[in-house]
Write a protein that binds this ligand. Structure first.
Ligand SMILES: Cc1ncc(COP(=O)(O)O)c(C=O)c1O
Length: 394
């Protein structure tokens, strides 16, 4: 029997066995679009599913499969499926779960393009959605309709950092037989494992912490084998947002250091969140690791640590918020997160610019809100850059 190993070991070894690849320590990149059949009848058997084996890289690739197997282990899922972007993963999942006339119950905030996708699904296909705080069982029970096809959650929510109790949502959904989908991008499986809390499907923008180096756009979905197989043979195969073998290889490499990186991200974020709270030009700080945070008790229950992202509001106008960003030197103005470099952005005019102002304000995204992805630099250097730029607000 295979010995159970810890997460820090799984991120390095799972999904790949060097013995199967001539002893190569690093996994090989199967940079091929197609696979040669031994004869015509083998081609027929592969196409009709009578024989296991690769056909064409849009339908499967060995390097991509290594990544999928590793992420499935990390998320404690039966299987996982890789996509060409986080949005390819979100859209393939939502299209697989819904049909015309259905309804999606969604957390009070979501990433801007997920909002755009939900709007598009509503206007084009009459698949409606409703945003909900999901702060109690009763509130969720009342919002569920006969046509509710799934519950879609981000926790922490991008960019407001509010938390939702996943175990609570999963218990309501289970009673009603509705699948719960969780976008786990902000945490990664190192900090939070939604499937262990009773949720059904996990999504990642693997572009972020899983990759960790700012050089790949990728997505992942994890869940039950049967459902993953269905997505792979329907919305993924026919819409076609598959990951390239080289990007899968970069992800396999990045994932090896995920726990080490996240420990540092979290440690520095905790210090910087405290310092931001004490700065006179900062109004509010939203960081799950702060005792004052709305979801601090939820964080302790379902997350290992507070994470590497902090949002905060400055005392000032939209223009002053933009001038504050422009005064930074070390910290880069950019809309990704989870990279070695500390990144900062202004959600109202960047990641959530597609959300109409009224809806944005309902989600808690004001013109004063700033999102900071704390990188791997020395926290003292990150803070000194922030402090100097904040001091300019006075
Ligand atoms: C929470 C969340 N989900 C999904 C996405 C989309 O991922 P991608 O940019 O890899 O398509 C993002 C991107 O920022 C995100 O922050």
């Amino acid at each position: 029997m295979k010995k159970e190993t810890r997460f820090e070991t799984e991120v390095i070894h799972s999904g790949y066995d060097s013995k199967e690849y001539k002893g190569s320590l690093a996994p090989p990149i199967f940079q091929t679009s197609t696979y040669v059949f031994e004869n015509a009848r083998q081609g027929e058997r592969r196409f009709c599913g009578e024989e296991e084996g690769y056909i064409y890289t849009r339908l499967g690739n060995p390097t991509v499969k290594m990544l999928e197997d590793r992420v499935a282990v990390m998320e404690k899922a039966e299987a996982a499926l890789a996509f060409s972007s986080g949005m390819a993963a979100v859209s393939a999942t939502l299209f697989a779960l819904t049909k015309t006339g259905d309804h999606i119950l969604c957390s009070q905030g979501v990433y801007g393009c997920t909002f755009g996708l939900l709007e598009m699904m509503e206007s084009k296909f009459n698949i409606t959605h409703q945003f909900l705080a999901m702060s109690s069982k009763e509130q969720i029970e009342q919002a569920i309709r006969p046509e509710t096809a799934c519950i879609y959650i981000e926790t922490p929510i991008n960019p407001t950092m509010q938390l939702i109790d996943l175990e609570m949502v999963a218990s309501v959904a289970r009673e009603k037989g509705i699948p719960v989908v969780v976008d786990n991008t902000f945490c990664s499986p190192y900090l939070q494992k939604p499937l262990e809390l009773g949720c059904d499907i996990v999504i990642h923008s693997a572009t972020k912490y899983l990759c960790g180096h700012g050089d790949v756009i990728a997505g992942l979905v994890a869940g039950k084998s049967e459902w993953i197989k269905e997505v792979s043979m329907t919305t993924q195969k026919d819409i076609g947002g598959v990951l390239s073998p080289f990007d899968a290889w970069l992800l396999l490499r990045g994932i090896k250091t995920l726990p080490v990186r996240l420990d540092r991200h979290c440690q520095s974020a905790e210090i910087i969140a405290e310092k931001l709270c004490a700065h006179p030009s900062v109004d509010e700080v939203f960081y799950p690791g702060l005792r004052t945070h709305q979801g601090y008790e939820i964080m302790k229950k379902q997350m290992k640590k507070g994470g590497g992202l902090i949002s905060f509001t400055i005392k000032g106008t939209k223009e002053e918020a933009q001038d504050f960003l422009d005064r930074l030197n070390l910290i880069k103005i950019a809309v990704s997160l989870g990279d070695a470099e500390t990144l900062i952005q202004h959600p109202a005019t960047m990641t959530h610019a597609v959300v109409p102002k009224e809806a944005r304000e309902e989600m808690g995204i004001s013109d004063q809100l700033i999102r900071l992805s704390v990188g791997l630099e020395a926290w003292e250097d990150i803070w000194s850059d922030l402090e100097a730029a904040l001091n300019g607000l006075k």
